[in-house]
Design a protein. Structure first.
Length: 184
């Protein structure tokens, strides 16, 4: 993790539930890093803990290649938007091109919070809350929405971690059946 993020993240002590399973909990600040420009970086993930930074950087830079590199060739995604599910990295590329292409001069800052990771030698699960904030070219925040996210990872033969399943959701109001897009 780059030094720039270290002061922003508090890490609780890692606990071992089983000898081969580690758990991490991290909390990010509630407000996004509005003016920070992410520079292109290494595309591979050495741990599930790399996902939030790499995901946020790819989205901030509207970088389809970097975004798609996080996902396994046969990934299965249950996204909140438009489709019941997507299958494969090619569908991630199509979705990212549409999303990033729709932004015009705007950009999206992604902030992860309440991150919990359970990881063993081959598989990992990350759960968190994610804020997607749309910003104008001058950096002014225009709007935001919050989601819940669960991400499952598998270490491939090259030793890289790839997303094999991702699920995003928001709670639904019991009165009126409206989605709740802002976390209190």
């Amino acid at each position: 993790m780059p030094e720039i993020f270290r002061p922003l993240i508090k890490t609780a002590s890692a606990t071992c539930v089983f000898p081969s399973v580690k758990r991490w909990r991290e909390t990010c600040p509630p407000s996004p890093i509005d003016s920070f420009i992410f520079l292109p970086g290494n595309l591979s993930m050495n741990s599930a803990k790399d996902f939030p930074e790499k995901y946020a950087r790819a989205v901030r830079n509207s970088n389809v290649e970097e975004f798609a590199s996080l996902y396994d060739d046969d990934v299965r995604i249950f996204d909140m938007w438009d489709e019941w599910s997507m299958r494969g990295r090619d569908s991630v590329i199509v979705m990212a091109k549409e999303w990033f292409g729709s932004l015009g001069d705007e950009h999206v800052v992604v902030t992860f919070s309440d991150i919990e990771i359970t990881e063993n030698a081959e598989l990992a699960i990350l759960t968190c809350f994610v804020r997607f904030a749309g910003h104008a070219a001058d950096g002014t925040r225009l709007r935001f929405l919050d989601e819940r996210m669960t991400v499952n990872f598998r270490k491939n033969n090259s030793g890289e971690w790839k997303v094999i399943h991702q699920h995003t959701s928001v709670p639904i109001e019991s009165n009126g059946m409206k989605p709740i897009h802002k976390r209190l």
